[in-house]
Design a protein around this ligand. Structure first.
Ligand code: HEM
Length: 472
């Protein structure tokens, strides 16, 4: 008994020494930076915190918050973005990030070191120009169908619509067809709600953890999360098995889509079915909400700026009077600026993390190896010292030479070797959907104030509402 108490005391004392040592050591490393005491505990406050980080107080451009014995370093500093994201060393993300337990922990997003390098090289070879063209053909046809269907549901008068309701469903279909060759909603219509719930759950869960008094809330939704993930995984599993069976006698398709590329990996390199399911799930999580909400926010901004909406129409009409081709899209420079500015104002991938793989010299201090850095790209996009009148929608600002010379102040898709792999897919989807939408519908301001919060991507809790009318 005595021995038991002795061991217990030794363990507790060792833990306290370890805890205090780390706590004070990290604090001494970061003594030149401001420590923040407050950290938001809900997704709306978190968004407000991110948007104002670089506005409120210059000192907080680089700051940190202690979580137990470890700090989280938060930056909106372009210099640090450039040092860390511009390096090929700091590619890993903290393991605490693994969303939904082990549900997608094997997928690319969470892979580390050489495993990530190997997989990323492999995947990059798939997401080449050929697959972009293939994607364009699929998307063009589906976007035309979507526009026609939607038109048939609208009256001839102005109507108030929530863009989220129509764009989310369309883009979930689009992304799942691009990635898996089939619309998941046709396999299981519940998928839209499940993804909506899970997207909200990720950040909410992490923030609640930071408030000890609310920890019980995590458990409340945990069983629901598990249940929903199982439904989603089963749905993808069923689809995958069907695809594998079809593929046995399938040689005639023009190009592989992503799922076929993964099936080939299964056959040739013995990767497991569980891994393939996780990778498909990741691409849905990473690609669906970010793309859908980016489109809705851009349309929302166009509804508030009729003159910019007209400029977009003029540009498209000057390029083509027929259906839009991939070549036409490449010529729509003004639409590019509109999308860029919209992603700056409503940065849908609101932040990202890296873990330092070695010490980093910065502003006369050494940021220690192992430090977790949160890159607040939402905050950097709203920094008035980098963007004049950041609250104003001014697509032309991206034409200035000053902007062109500062690459690291703009990162909606992240930057460096671990930036978004779906960037070109997403940009093309955004461009095509926006071009066809504004050609067919006129958008009007509905004086709707967004209630912004952070899920996997930026979201508006009260929808994204505009008035729309068919163009004649
Ligand atoms: C507007 C739409 C999109 C935005 C704003 C966006 C943004 C981002 C950002 C900021 C990252 C870096 C995250 C990090 O380092 O933690 C990322 C990574 C990723 N994105 Fe996207 N994304 C979009 C669309 C897509 C699409 C359409 C796909 C797939 C079809 C996709 C697949 C991925 C994947 C797999 C990663 C992880 C890459 C890796 O770790 O190597 N994204 N995205």
């Amino acid at each position: 008994m005595c021995l038991f108490y002795l061991i217990l005391v030794v363990l507790i004392v060792s833990f306290l020494i370890w805890y205090k040592f780390n706590y004070y050591w990290y604090k001494s490393c970061l003594k030149n930076f401001k420590e923040i005491k407050y950290f938001p505990t809900n997704t709306t406050d978190f968004y407000n915190y991110l948007t104002t980080q670089s506005i409120n107080d210059k000192m907080t451009k680089n700051c940190y918050k202690m979580f137990g014995p470890f700090p989280l370093f938060i930056t909106t500093d372009e210099k640090l973005f450039s040092i860390i994201l511009g390096s090929s060393k700091h590619i890993n993300k903290p393991s605490q990030l693994s969303l939904f337990g082990k549900a997608i922990s094997q997928a690319l997003f969470f892979a580390k070191n050489d495993l990530w390098r190997h997989r990323r090289r492999l995947f990059n070879s798939f997401f080449d120009y050929g697959s972009i063209l293939n994607q364009f053909e699929i998307n063009n046809e589906r976007t035309n169908e979507f526009i026609d269907n939607f038109k048939s549901k609208l009256s001839n008068d102005k109507e108030l619509i929530d863009l989220n309701l129509i764009i989310n469903e369309f883009i979930l279909g689009q992304v799942s067809i691009n990635v898996m060759g089939e619309n998941l909603l046709k396999i299981n219509p519940e998928v839209l709600d499940i993804l909506g719930f899970l997207n909200q759950q990720t950040v909410r869960k992490a923030l609640v953890c930071t408030d000890l008094f609310k920890v019980w809330e995590i458990f409340k939704d945990l069983w629901l999360e598990r249940k929903k993930i199982t439904v989603l995984k089963n749905c993808i599993k069923k689809f995958l098995q069907k695809r594998i069976n079809e593929k046995r006698n399938f040689t005639h398709e023009k190009r592989m889509i992503f799922v076929d590329f993964l099936i080939k990996e299964m056959n040739e390199n013995n990767v497991s079915e569980e891994y393939v399911i996780q990778e498909l799930l990741l691409f849905l999580f990473a690609g669906y909400e970010t793309t859908a909400h980016s489109i809705s926010f851009a349309l929302y901004l166009l509804s508030k700026h009729p003159e910019i909406q007209e400029n977009v129409i003029k540009e498209i009409k000057a390029i083509t009077s027929n259906d839009i081709t991939h070549q036409h899209l490449q010529k729509m420079d003004y639409l590019d600026l509109v999308i860029k500015e919209s992603l700056r104002m409503y940065t849908t991938a609101t932040f990202f993390f890296r873990i330092l793989e070695e010490n980093v010299e910065f502003e006369g201090t050494t940021l220690p190896k192992g430090l977790i850095v949160l890159f607040n790209n939402t905050g950097i996009h709203k920094d008035p010292t980098l963007y004049l009148e950041p609250e104003k929608f001014k697509p032309e600002r991206f034409l200035s030479n000053e902007f062109k010379s500062k690459r690291f102040i703009y990162s909606p898709f992240c930057l460096g070797i671990r930036q978004c792999i779906g960037k070109r897919f997403a940009e093309n989807t955004l461009k095509l959907t926006l071009a066809k939408f504004v050609l067919n519908y006129k958008l009007f301001d509905a004086n709707h104030n967004l209630n912004l919060a952070i899920g996997i991507g930026l979201t508006s809790l009260n929808g994204i509402k505009v008035f729309i009318e068919k163009r004649r």
